[in-house]
Design a protein around this ligand. Structure first.
Ligand code: NCD
Length: 302
């Protein structure tokens, strides 16, 4: 499942379903009785794996899986294709996180059950994007007519790549891409996605310059695990620190999102600002994953 596998109408249906689940959780508590979700996580995760598992448990289903490559037969050299052929007969739906770009896609070609990409290397993270869309839609009331500042590691930050892919499909969305020179958005995103679709965007280095114009500020962590050497990471890691002083430059109704985990890029003093919604965002992740699981299992026929 990639954001572009879903039409805007299908995306909107998932968001509506997620809002309904939030409002009436009891009505969904047994929709997945007797069904199983497998979570195959070859890379660390807190929110994504646990929110998938919470989502399936909230729907009455069960979960099985592993949370690191070391505890799976990948450590013995098994390919993801073989693993998924086997898991297809143990579970009804599967979420995969993998350090290699494209691994969940490869798995989906060998799978007898729906496969959800729960993050593949520095490439995409579509279910985080569903979470982000639900957060923006629920708290801002719209997904169009927005100026979105994406700040931090735009090179390796897969959440940013998926969010851009999804948001360019809504009218009048502009991006300000805020990053150090070394962590600019990859050229395939700039040329094949932004330029090709005639999207209004510009690149900036200083967060302060962008702040006053933003409806949404999407902060990201510098992706330590994707750096080739520690020195470069150390040089980059504290490039942006959002603090109270910088928040004074922002509009009163700007929202601050972050996929989490946060390291230093948002000072804890910002957490009490009503515009800081990243913990709410993490909560929305459960509802939207419940909606996605139901949709992929074609719950209307269940
Ligand atoms: C993100 C990821 O894994 O890409 N985390 C998450 O799933 N919420 C962001 C990150 O790790 O920085």
């Amino acid at each position: 499942m990639n954001p572009l596998d879903l039409s805007v109408e299908e995306l909107d249906d998932i968001l509506k379903l997620a809002n309904d689940i939030e409002a009436h959780p009891q009505e969904y508590a047994h929709k997945c009785d007797g069904l199983k979700l497998a979570t195959l996580f070859y890379e660390p995760s807190t929110r994504t794996r646990l929110s998938f598992e919470a989502a399936m448990l909230n729907l009455g289903g069960k979960v099985l899986g592993f949370s690191s490559a070391d505890s799976s037969s990948a450590s013995k050299g098994e390919s993801i294709s073989d693993t998924i052929r086997v898991v297809s007969s143990y579970a009804d739906i599967c979420a995969i996180r993998h350090p290699k770009e494209g691994a969940p896609l490869v798995a989906s070609t060998k799978s007898g059950i729906p496969i959800i990409n729960a993050g593949d290397g520095g490439h995409q993270h579509p279910t985080q994007t569903l979470t982000d869309l639900l957060t923006i839609h629920s708290l801002k009331g719209r997904l169009d007519n927005l100026t979105i500042g994406l700040c931090g590691d735009l090179k390796f930050g897969r959440t940013v790549h998926s969010l851009i892919h999804a948001m360019i499909r809504y009218p009048n969305v502009r991006f300000i891409l805020i990053s150090p020179e070394e962590l600019r958005i990859p050229s395939y995103m700039r040329e094949d996605v932004l330029d090709r679709n005639h999207i209004d965007y510009r690149e900036e280095v200083r967060l302060e310059d962008a702040m006053p114009k933003l409806d949404i500020l999407y902060m990201t962590r510098v992706q330590k695990e994707r750096f080739f050497n520690e020195e470069d990471y150390v040089r980059m890691k504290d490039f942006y620190i959002l603090d109270k002083k910088k928040m004074e430059l922002a509009p009163k109704d700007m929202l601050v999102l972050h996929p989490l985990p946060r390291v230093n890029e948002i000072s804890v003093e910002v957490d009490d600002d009503p515009r800081a919604v990243y913990f709410q965002q993490a909560r929305y992740g459960v509802y939207v994953r419940m909606a996605l699981i139901l949709t992929l299992l074609k719950w209307k026929d269940m």
